[in-house]
Unconditional design. Structure first.
Length: 387
């Protein structure tokens, strides 16, 4: 029996779900010149029941936070970013290389190597050359199908290979490249809810965003290993909260997130590395080790799936909550989402950040890291608690 089979089947609903919360509705239509601040009612607060459930379970779920127009616009912008179109003029911190044209067969049945786009070696004008400019103009939000008739992802080809060879795409800090994503990650209502859930006295600051896209052809994009987020963030205070936003309807076949209820209260265990995030055995090695430290068998854990989370819905989890996701078993649907990792507004880098591949670029040669102010451009404070 595999480790994956030993983990009890997840429940199909979260202990606390709030549908269409008035204090957390986000519309990004201002990108098209429409002022929609009226939908962000910051006069309403998170119910006490929600805070209690987050503290007890380590996660919470909100349906219908983003409207359909916003989700469609974000998916369309995602396709543009994957093609090197950055309306903020800079590349994300991490971006997969995408080819423009599929390989073609010759009479000798040899494949012609497609021209590849290396966005790190191109300026903004070069990145946009040859693309349909109407698709990325500010006033045209479009739909997920504007770039690709099937809405299947980056032209079907990555690194000169057919999409069949592609499993998972990751973009880190897409907000640096695209105005619409920047508007999303800096939404005050998200920062406020994070602050209310955690009780952070100064507010919330974005540390990083990550887009994860599990594409298809054939189905079976690898499961994401069960892990915690907190160990990868070198900040003090060491609190981390992740807001995960679904950009597709999360049916069970797409491999939605799964949370281990109450696991944020466990002690420290094995961390693992980012290179081990995808495992063929179901991704439960680290989870089993952590559970055994708590005297809990793997099959005794209470797992809750985000199956049923609608596009535009969100889940928020404590950075110490163990979570993972299954394979994308769909033959025709991608599974796209973006995770926003928040830290307290007064956070500073720790000395360990100098050794981290993720953070050392921001630290540089700074000697006194503890007094170093974080850049508002790279680490924006999205909510300040009123005095």
């Amino acid at each position: 029996m595999t480790l994956e089979n030993k983990l009890s089947p997840p429940k199909e609903c979260a202990p606390y779900i709030c549908d269409n919360p008035p204090y957390l509705h986000i519309s990004l239509m201002r990108q098209a010149g429409i002022d929609d601040d009226s939908n962000n009612d910051l006069n309403n607060s998170l119910p006490e029941q929600g805070r209690a459930c987050f503290e007890r379970d380590g996660f919470i779920v909100f349906q219908n936070v983003l409207d359909k127009e916003s989700v469609d616009a974000l998916n369309n912008r995602l396709e543009g970013v994957l093609r090197g179109v950055y309306d903020r003029g800079v590349a994300p911190d991490k971006i997969p290389r995408v080819s423009f044209q599929p390989p073609k067969k010759t009479h000798k049945k040899k494949r012609r190597k497609p021209k590849e786009l290396d966005s790190t070696k191109m300026d903004h004008s070069e990145q946009s050359a040859g693309l349909e400019q109407s698709a990325v103009e500010d006033e045209v939000l479009g739909s997920t199908n504007e770039w690709n008739a099937e809405g299947m992802g980056p032209l079907g080809f990555v690194k000169g290979r057919r999409q069949e060879k592609t499993r998972v795409l990751q973009i880190i800090n897409v907000h640096k490249s695209d105005r619409l994503f920047r508007e999303l990650v800096t939404a005050e209502s998200l920062g406020r809810v994070v602050s209310e859930l955690t009780g952070w006295p100064h507010g919330a600051r974005l540390a990083q965003d990550q887009v994860w896209a599990k594409y298809v052809r054939p189905p079976g994009a690898s499961p994401l290993v069960f892990h915690r987020d907190s160990p990868y963030f070198m900040f003090t205070p060491d609190d981390v909260v992740t807001v995960w936003i679904a950009l597709d309807q999360m049916d069970s076949e797409l491999g939605p997130l799964q949370y281990i209820k109450g696991s944020h209260k466990w002690g420290d265990g094995r961390i693992g590395t980012s290179s081990s995030f995808f495992q063929s055995d179901g991704g439960t090695n680290l989870l089993r080790s952590a559970a055994e430290r708590e005297g809990i068998l793997l099959e005794e854990l209470e797992s809750v799936t985000m199956s049923g989370l609608e596009a535009g819905g969100i889940s928020i989890h404590n950075g110490r909550t163990w979570h993972g996701s299954g394979k994308n078993e769909s033959s025709h649907r991608p599974r796209r989402g973006i995770g926003l990792h928040f830290v307290p507004a007064n956070a500073r880098f720790t000395s360990e950040s100098k050794k981290s591949r993720l953070w050392k670029t921001y630290v540089g040669d700074e000697e006194d890291i503890s007094s170093m102010d974080l850049s508002e451009e790279d680490f924006p404070i999205t909510w300040k608690v009123p005095n």
